[in-house]
Structure formats: C-alpha cells, structure tokens
Design a protein around this ligand. Sequence first.
Ligand code: PLP
Length: 380
Amino acid sequence: MRNSTRSQVDPFIVMDVMQAAAAAEAEGHHIIHMEVGQPGTGAPKGASAALTAAMEQGALGYTVALGLPALRKRIALMYAEWYNVDLDPSRVVITSGSSGGFILTFTSLFDTGDRVGIGAPGYPSYRQILKALDLTPVDLPTSIENRLQPVPSDFADMDLQGLLVASPGNPTGTMLDHGAMSALIDATQGQGASFISDEIYHGIEYEKKAVTALEISNDAYVINSFSKYFSMTGWRVGWMVVPEDHVRVVERIAQNMFICAPHASQVAALAAMDCTAELEANMDVYRANRAMMITGLRDAGFTSFAPPDGAFYVYADVSSLTTDSRELARDILDKAGVAVTPGLDFDPVRGHQTLRFSYARSTQDIAEGLGRLKAYMAAR
Ligand SMILES: Cc1ncc(COP(=O)(O)O)c(C=O)c1O
C-alpha cells in the first residue's frame, strides 16, 4: 500500500535526543534533561480536585464542539484581566492543545498549495503540519538584529497567503513588542494574507508582558494552550480566538475532525485558571532558572545568545564550536550527561550551528546541568 506524498513529514530530532537520553538512563547514567520543552510540574492541584469532583457527578461525555461554555467565558475574562481586551466568549474555541488549533486554523484559512510564512528558527511542527495538509511552508530566515523574529521586509515579495508568528517564540524565547507585532499584522493584511499568532508561552514572561494580536486587530487567529503556563501538557487542551465571522466555519470543521476537546481536560483547565498562587510559584522557579542560565551558560563558554524575554529556552549560536550541532549534542550527552537539543529541528539550514537549552525543570537540576556543562567545556 502506498503512502501519500503529504504524509512524508520529517521526524522531530529532539525525540531522538530523548531516546538517546533514555537509553543512557537505562544503562544507569544520571542525565540532566535540558532538551524537553515542557514543565516538570504537573497540573495545578485545584485542577485535579475539580476533575475528581466532576467524575463523581457525571459521565463526562462529549461536550459541544466549541467547548464548555463556562471555560470559553473564563478564557474571555482572562483577556480582560491580562491585556485589558474586551473579548466576546463566542469567539473562543476550545481545542485539543494548540496542536489541534493549528489543524483547525490551517484547514479553515488555506487551500491546497497556499504559502504560509514561518520564522526560522521556529517550532518544527508548524512546517510539518502545513506539509501534511498539502500547504507550503515558507521559511523566513530571521536575524539577530531583529531578535530572531520576522519583520515585514522578510516577506515583502513572497506572495504569502498567511503568516504565523510566535511570541514568545520557541526556541528563542524572544518577543514581539506592540510596534513589531502591529507592523507584521499591517504588512500581512496589506498583502491580503491571514495573520496567525501562536501565544502558547504567554504568562511565562520575565521583564514585560507579552502582547496579544487581539490588542491590535480582531482580524487574526490567536492560538493558545494550557500546556505551558498552566502546566498541563498531557491533558491536550488549548484554545483559539477567531474572527466573529469565522466561528461557524471553525465549529463545523471541529465537529467533524475532533467532535470536541477532551471533556475531562476542559473541566480541569477551567479550575486551573484560578490556581494563580501555584502557577506563580512555578514562575518563580522559571525566573530563578533563567537568571542562573544566563550567567551559567556564559560562564561555561556558551556566550552567543539573546537573553529570553519569555518561555523557558535559551537558543545559543555554537558556530565557534561546531558545524554539526547534532554531533555536539551527542558528545555533550555522552560526556557531560546533559541532554540538549540540536538547532536542526528549528532551522534546517542554520541549525547546524545552534543548540537549544531548556530550563523548565527544577532549579536543582539546572544548577547541576550548568556545572556539568562548565566542566565539559573546560575539558574540550
Ligand atoms: C511554539 C509552540 N507552539 C505549539 C506547541 C504545541 O503545544 P500543545 O499542542 O501542547 O499545546 C509547542 C510545544 O512545545 C510550542 O513550543
């Protein structure tokens, strides 16, 4: 039996790193995980308690496709609380993680062969999901001067039907400020293309608040998730905000593709939104880890990176050390017992000379990892 051409997507290299790290652990080695892009913490306690209560009360069958009304309403309220944006809950769509949101978004907005701009470096699955839907990802190589985020001149003559940005971004953690986001929205709309903003790392910001595209325009798709700030990766629940006249279109696709996001996870997510003390305690850990990473990596000899504005990653240029980031990551794992991600997942061209370090784990792990990296670099 043949496979479709569309199905030929690339593997996630970080998964290979995780597998190599697991193999080393199985042999009895102690590995520090700086490769994984997820919180080490679980869902907030209030979320589990709410789910336990809901399971005793009812069957948790399907919800309506757009999601539990109470959750959509609570998310709309969050836009008032976080950004001072007045949002009609009817524009909020609950999804199976932001990953489900991308499928709904791309299906709703684009036709076969349409060209969608994505910043390089960027989250690898954008490219692969687009390809799997027979769409054309167009890499926009970003520059350090623009803090590795796209700017309008990067796609002036590109004939795009869409632009997808992430702020804070993965792998860089850099953000678009109000002016930069506005310029991108204006340029995209000026070309008659659709603007999509991946805001999954909102809430995990250090020096200033992230800007939502909804502060600037209602004519955009915003994608978000409970995976990162709310620490609920495995629950597979997220949301999107779409223009009013797109709600029904997205609803019909969601009904057919997913029926609904997991009911249990929606119940837990609603409760998680009020677990502020616990979520802010997680933030204290990220803040401490970030400060430690900025000094510790420089001290170890990884000096070329922009301090992250948000998320929990440092993306470092290692061109003075290697032209083969995969081999360098392997050597660091073998000799230092620290798992890190080669940049190739995020940027197929320049990623040969970059590494991503995640600091989502405990501060104790980060301190140990930085100590090991320093010893490794000293012995090179
Ligand atoms: C930038 C970005 N967007 C989307 C996702 C997917 O997240 P989820 O499907 O868990 O919401 C990730 C996961 O790491 C990410 O880094």
